[in-house]
Design a protein around this ligand. Structure first.
Ligand code: TXA
Ligand code: MG
Length: 319
């Protein structure tokens, strides 16, 4: 384990962004808000910084990282922008969409970022603070979600500190992540996009824009190597599709739900539910404790409901 660092909490100001960019330039680690979840950022071309990200999270080194960029024009420095990727980027960037592309031969990325694959995942985030930082820094930023590997994703600076205080140089305390679940990941290397991870951009929205169906995730094995069965896990037990909770359970509702202690969305709105998901999981975890149990009302398997159910299934998976 690395020696403990003093983790600074920076305000969301122009000064702090300059300070954050300086931390990245010297190979440090900075947690920053994006519109999906908080990212744990490091210079994607600096082996030491990227190794530090894996160490701080306790992340297995076979699980590659997403490279974040400020502008579409930077993509060819790292990857081949396929015609499909250009079309998707034009429609949805900046935003909660990550594209897996062929890694450019001679790319300056640390090989740790791609975990040795010949592809690289790239996204242009929409959060203004993330964009300002990316512009100030100038290069690619590797950023997984800023939580210890396998635990609940962070959507506030407080969540980041709860998991990583003393392991990173700084966190920027900015307005919360309004999408609330991680980006949708598509393999855009071929002619037809393949869905690798459900996320903050609904598959239906992508299909409508392209006028084609997304290919389903490859059924053999794990295609986005980080898609492990147990993930996003609170300490206690999690049960799904519950309509009759046990009295001792912390019950999370969706739409009108009798007996719910907390709700993802009282009106049954999936966008609101996605934005609330990790807030509620953190809260329910605190309330239920390590021995308790959290029960979720059913969430419809449409639109953003697919990403929500994906996260909940992993939160409930045996560990
Ligand atoms: O919204 C997000 O995507 C957030 C914010 C911070 O940008 N980031 C995020 O990163 O969720 P992370 O590391 O928690 O998840 C990245 C996922 C992992 O499942 C990883 O396996 C997959 O992306 N991935 C990265 N590079 C890949 C590649 N070349 N091929 C397939 N999957 C890849
Ligand atoms: Mg993650």
């Amino acid at each position: 384990m690395k020696p403990m660092l003093q983790t600074l909490t920076l305000p969301d100001t122009a000064d702090a962004i300059a300070q954050g960019a300086a931390i990245l330039r010297r190979g440090g680690l900075l947690a920053l808000p994006t519109e999906t979840v908080y990212g744990l950022a490091g210079d994607a071309c600096n082996d030491h910084a990227v190794a530090g990200i894996f160490a701080a999270k306790g992340r297995p080194s076979f699980n590659p990282l997403i490279v974040h960029l400020a502008a579409l024009e930077q993509v060819p420095d790292y990857a081949d922008l396929t015609p499909l990727a250009r079309q998707l980027a034009t429609a949805f960037w900046p935003g909660p969409l990550t594209l897996v592309l062929p890694l450019r031969a001679g790319s300056p990325l640390s090989p740790l970022v791609t975990a040795g694959l010949d592809s690289v995942a790239i996204r242009l985030p929409a959060h203004p603070t993330a964009r300002e930082l990316l512009t100030a820094f100038g290069g690619g930023i590797a950023a997984p979600s800023a939580n210890p590997s396998g635990r609940i994703s962070p959507v506030t600076a407080r969540h980041v500190l709860d998991g990583l205080d003393g392991r990173i140089d700084a966190v920027i305390d900015a307005d919360a992540c309004n999408v609330g679940v991680e980006s949708t990941i598509l393999d855009a290397r071929g002619d037809t996009p393949r869905l690798l991870r459900e996320g903050g951009l609904a598959g239906e929205t992508i299909e409508e824009a392209l006028g084609t169906r997304l290919l389903p995730p490859e059924t053999s094995g794990v295609t986005a190597p980080g898609q492990l069965a147990s993930h996003y896990a609170p300490r206690g037990r999690v049960r799904l599709d519950v309509t009759k909770p046990d009295p001792a359970e912390t019950y999370i509702g969706f739409g009108p739900t009798e007996g719910a202690a907390l709700t993802l969305s009282a009106s049954g709105d999936l966008t609101e539910a996605a934005a609330n998901l990790f807030h509620i999981l953190h809260k329910a975890d605190a309330e239920a404790g390590p021995e308790g149990s959290i029960a979720f009302a059913p969430i419809p398997e449409i639109g953003l409901g697919r990403a929500i159910n994906d996260r909940l299934r992993r939160a409930a998976a045996p560990r």
